[in-house]
Design a protein around this ligand. Structure first.
Ligand SMILES: *[C@@H]1O[C@H](CO)[C@@H](O)[C@H](O)[C@H]1NC(C)=O
Ligand SMILES: *[C@@H]1O[C@H](CO)[C@@H](O)[C@H](O)[C@H]1NC(C)=O
Ligand SMILES: *[C@@H]1O[C@H](CO)[C@@H](O)[C@H](O)[C@H]1NC(C)=O
Ligand SMILES: *[C@@H]1O[C@H](CO)[C@@H](O)[C@H](O)[C@H]1NC(C)=O
Length: 467
């Protein structure tokens, strides 16, 4: 009898696969894969840092780099990355397909460095224009077809102090309104649209109220991300400020997650914040979070140090610690999301103290025709990707300086099927050099399959197209 295992071993080398697109539910503060609530177990991913994207490359356009990083991210146990800037003139099909195959979702910021691609927080009216919105729409048009796009950030820390909140808030709603209109007019997949705020004590809750409320302007956020660095070193839920933050956010009527966290004031990091975020003290308010950040840059938050010349990667101690913490996280199963009810802006605005709330500024001339006619960009699509990394030019070394042999990306059919060490490594991998386990808890009905692994019914129905 022909061995189905051998057949799969050969066939799995190239394939396309779709993870389940995440959706929102009315009245629930969460993201859902079918009926299962999804928690972001994420890292920020912008290798090279915030440099201008006119050199023909961005984080999701370089297949060789993505192969290395998808391997490392999968071993780390993440199910989400956040990108800060992409260039829609580039092709992202290979990298996005690779991330999809590994069960990793992407939150995409629609802004980019450069005056015409981002908003001037002091004078937002000088930025909000058809030129600016053309780039925003281009990113949406290109990325919406990928099933593993979790959401779009309409902005990141546009308001960063009590002064900028008053002037920028109506532009946040305006940009989100235009994005929503574009999505509807172009019949794009309804990828959730949200905003990523700085953790400014004066307005973090008020801005949540402001962005969650509904009115005729259609400028509300679908979700709210908060960049918080309150938990530093060894601290507690109460002392860190997380208890206060959780209390404040529990009143905000939309899904919320940490769009950045991981204070590095005390090194090495121990990631007690990750433990807290997924614990029952916080997981009904927060849908998880995104640790800042994958790559080592001058600000010293890196989990991995990639040499831009050779492409070689060195695993840093924080990676090992975070993997250990992630491996012990126990997520709630089913739908435990908190119930929410979107308030009307007319009921919310009188209660906002930290700025003068007004609805979205009016759409400027020229944007309506972009919404009607669409922008010219190649829409993304999933392609067959090669999970066999044996031809790679880069090397990965662990914290002791040993080279990792035969790194292998494992296909998973849904987000919570993160491979355990043995399966992820493949039978041929020498365990001495294998990256340690990246498994999430088994409480999700986790199963894994791998090139040398077993086949199951779920594998066949998991959206896998063997090519
Ligand atoms: C994308 O790359 C092109 C070509 O280099 C450049 O003209 C454009 O400004 C870039 N877009 C962004 C958003 O950086
Ligand atoms: C939490 O909020 C209370 C009341 O505003 C305040 O007194 C306390 O200092 C806050 N705790 C932290 C750790 O910020
Ligand atoms: C805040 O913005 C509103 C609406 O644009 C304006 O009426 C008000 O004067 C501003 N307040 C401050 C303190 O700048
Ligand atoms: C991966 O590719 C190498 C050489 O290209 C080949 O020798 C090896 O058998 C492949 N592995 C699998 C699992 O297909």
């Amino acid at each position: 009898m022909r061995s189905s295992i051998l057949f799969l071993a050969a066939a799995l080398a190239r394939f396309t696969q779709a993870v389940t697109p995440l959706t929102l539910k009315d009245n629930s503060a969460g993201f859902f894969a079918n009926d299962e609530e999804f928690f972001l177990v994420g890292v920020g991913y912008q290798p090279g840092g915030p440099v201008e994207l006119n050199q023909g490359v961005d984080p999701l356009s370089d297949l060789t780099g993505c192969q290395r990083d998808v391997y490392l991210l999968q071993q780390l146990g993440v199910n989400t990355i956040r990108t800060y800037a992409v260039n829609s003139t580039l092709n992202h099909d290979d990298c996005m397909s690779l991330f999809a195959a590994a069960g990793i979702y992407v939150v995409v910021d629609v802004n980019a460095p450069g005056w015409q691609y981002s908003v001037n927080r002091a004078e937002p009216w000088t930025s909000y224009s058809p030129l600016y919105m053309t780039n925003v729409f281009s990113v949406m048009e290109q990325f919406s077809p990928y099933p593993n796009v979790l959401g779009f950030f309409s902005g990141n820390e546009l308001a960063n102090d009590p002064k900028s909140i008053n002037v920028t808030a109506p532009y946040m709603r305006a940009i989100q309104r235009d994005m929503r209109q574009y999505q509807q007019s172009r019949k794009l997949r309804e990828v959730p649209i949200g905003y990523s705020t700085a953790d400014v004590v004066d307005f973090r809750q008020d801005l949540g109220f402001y962005l969650s409320c509904t009115d005729t302007d259609q400028g509300q956020s679908d979700f709210y991300g908060i960049n918080s660095y309150e938990w530093c070193g060894t601290t507690t839920f109460e002392k860190s400020g997380y208890e206060n933050l959780t209390d404040l956010m529990s009143a905000v009527q939309m899904p919320i997650f940490f769009s950045e966290y991981g204070c590095n004031e005390v090194l090495p990091r121990t990631f007690g914040d990750a433990d807290a975020i997924y614990s029952s003290q916080m997981n009904d308010v927060f849908s998880g979070g995104i640790v800042y950040e994958y790559n080592q840059e001058v600000n010293n938050f890196g989990l991995v140090d990639v040499d831009p010349k050779t492409g070689n990667a060195k695993i840093l101690p924080d990676y090992v610690t975070l993997r250990e913490v992630y491996s012990k996280v126990k997520l709630p199963t089913g739908n435990t999301a908190r119930k929410i009810s979107r308030p009307a802006c007319s009921s919310v605005f009188p209660k906002i103290k930290s700025f003068t709330p007004t609805l979205a500024v009016p759409q400027v001339s020229g944007i309506a025709s972009l919404i009607k006619n669409g922008v010219k960009v190649t829409p993304g699509k999933l392609v067959n990707v090669d999970l066999n990394l044996s031809g790679h030019k880069w090397t990965i070394t662990d914290v002791s300086g040993n080279t990792i042999q035969n790194p292998t990306i494992t296909a998973v059919s849904t987000w919570n099927q993160v491979p355990s060490e043995a399966e992820a490594s493949g039978a041929s991998q020498t365990s001495k050099n294998a990256a340690p386990s990246a498994k999430m808890d088994g409480g999700h009905g986790m199963f894994v399959f791998a090139i040398a692994g077993i086949t199951t019914l779920s594998m066949m129905i998991g959206g896998l197209l063997v090519v």
